[in-house]
Design a protein around this ligand. Structure first.
Ligand code: GDP
Ligand code: MG
Length: 174
């Protein structure tokens, strides 16, 4: 029999890192330089035919505008089972904020058995020249990220791979 899952996944990170662009790229296969700053919380649904017996409905929660205040309400985090934490490789301050976002996540939601919600780190805008990325393998290991991907919403690089990686973790926690 076919199994169906509905997974709530959060996309978090500082303003302008590309959260909305990543969701639009992943769900609607589009990219634009000019998204309006969304107001409130927005979400998009992606149906994944994971394998012959598994259908996954992925609900991707975007933050809209509220990220400027630095954290989100518990309501936003409620019942999330995974997160994509995004920074912009061209703006170091957005990387510095990654741990603040991870901490916000871990203090506001855990899985039903008390484990932290799996989080994958996205180093976005990798189409733009980057002189040097911080040592992200070590960073992920030390800070509880599943792993990291360099992504580009513009060029459609690694977004599918990052989401698949997260979903594998989510399924392993089921
Ligand atoms: P958000 O505030 O995190 O939702 O960021 P947006 O998705 O609104 O993106 C902010 C700006 O960065 C927009 O002008 C996007 O077009 C641009 N942007 C997003 N992703 C990429 C990317 O991968 N590469 C480049 N070059 N620009 C991007
Ligand atoms: Mg946005």
């Amino acid at each position: 029999m076919q199994q169906e899952h509905l997974f709530k996944v959060l996309v978090i990170g500082d303003l302008g890192v590309g959260k909305t662009s990543i969701i639009k790229r992943y769900v609607h296969q589009i990219f634009s330089q000019h998204y309006r700053a969304t107001i409130g919380v927005d979400f998009a649904l992606k149906v994944m035919h994971w394998d012959s017996d598994t259908v996954i409905r992925l609900q991707l929660w975007d933050i809209a505008g509220q990220e400027r205040f630095g954290n989100m309400t518990r309501v936003y985090y409620r019942e999330a089972v995974g997160a994509l934490v995004v920074f912009d490789v061209t703006r170091g301050s957005t990387f510095d904020a990654v741990l603040k976002w991870k901490d916000d996540l871990d203090t506001k939601v855990t899985l039903s058995h008390g484990k932290p919600v799996p989080a994958v780190l996205l180093a976005n805008k990798s189409d733009q020249a980057v002189s040097q990325l911080p040592k992200l393998d070590t960073f992920c290991r030390e800070n509880g990220f599943v792993r990291w991907f360099d992504t580009s919403a513009k060029e459609n690089t690694n977004i599918e791979a990052a989401v698949r990686c997260l979903v594998e973790q989510i399924l392993a926690n089921e």
